[in-house]
Design a protein around this ligand. Structure first.
Ligand code: IPE
Ligand code: IPE
Ligand code: MG
Length: 244
């Protein structure tokens, strides 16, 4: 495993992988089970992918757990998911700490239940000294919502005279995003066969590679993860330039 993680590293694997974990509901329904059964199975997969990440040089893993649009689901599904997140974060804290995982959240927390927010804050603090792999969980996250909140904060800085409008450029705006501590994703994977981004990391994925796989998230295992990462290594990223 390479210990180099700077931007100039000529690695073939992605440094930051972001995953839209989709297909839990269909996975459960295919077995005649309630949708929450699929969410339980899906949450368990996260651990396997987090554990596999350092083996492939993936330093940053970002997973989409709940979108700002997911509130449109039934109250039973939403509250079941929130309870699942709270229990899972609390029960995994010790293992994540021991395995060198630094956990952080992106999204609008203020709308989340106080008990859930508490376990989120606790695990962020608990794992803040870790650096082996950075797991970011997008919870109540939407790309447009994030840009709206960032713009509001930026506008406040301008209004209060701390920031000149002339100084505002893309680097400035990026500092106000939830993801200010993260490099841009190199690879975005979406499971379940849907080929859309559903409001995930809109700004950050400007030059990401995308991989859409048919597997439903609860079936997405470390072997398939390795296969997708190997495919990424064969791509040529040009960033607008003509290759030499
Ligand atoms: C993804 O699975 C998990 C969340 C959005 C919380 P879905 O619940 O969207 O599963 P499908 O797409 O209905 O199968
Ligand atoms: C995207 O999946 C959100 C998460 C995986 C958390 P959705 O299932 O909510 O997306 P749509 O509704 O199919 O676009
Ligand atoms: Mg879905």
């Amino acid at each position: 495993m390479s210990s180099k993680t700077d931007d100039t590293d000529q690695r073939t694997g992605p440094r930051h992988v972001a995953i839209i974990m989709d297909g839990n509901g269909r996975w459960a329904q295919g077995q005649g089970k309630p949708r929450l059964f699929g969410h339980h199975a899906g949450v368990k997969r996260v651990k396997e992918i987090v554990r596999a990440s350092p083996d492939h040089g993936v330093k940053y893993l970002t997973v989409f757990a709940f979108s700002t649009e997911n509130w449109k689901r039934t109250q039973a599904e939403v509250s079941g998911l929130m309870k699942l997140f709270r229990r899972y974060i609390a029960s995994e804290a010790r293992d994540l700490l021991a395995e060198g995982v630094r956990v952080r959240f992106i999204g609008d927390r203020l709308q989340l239940d106080a008990k859930l927010r508490r376990v989120m804050d606790e695990i962020e603090l608990l794992t803040s000294g870790n650096d082996r792999v950075h797991l970011t969980v997008a919870l109540n996250y939407g790309g447009r919502d994030e840009l709206g909140r960032a713009t509001k904060r930026l506008a406040r800085e301008v209004a209060e005279g701390r920031l000149s409008p002339d100084a505002v450029d893309e680097t400035t705006l990026a500092r106000f995003l939830d993801t200010c501590f993260l490099p841009d994703p190199d690879l975005v994977i979406r499971t379940s066969g849907e080929a859309r981004i559903s409001n995930f990391l809109l700004w950050q994925s400007a030059y990401a590679e995308y991989e859409f796989v048919n597997t439903l998230w609860p079936d997405f295992d470390a072997t398939e993860f390795a296969r997708v990462l190997a495919g990424y290594g064969k791509r040529e990223r040009r960033f607008g330039a003509v290759p030499a």
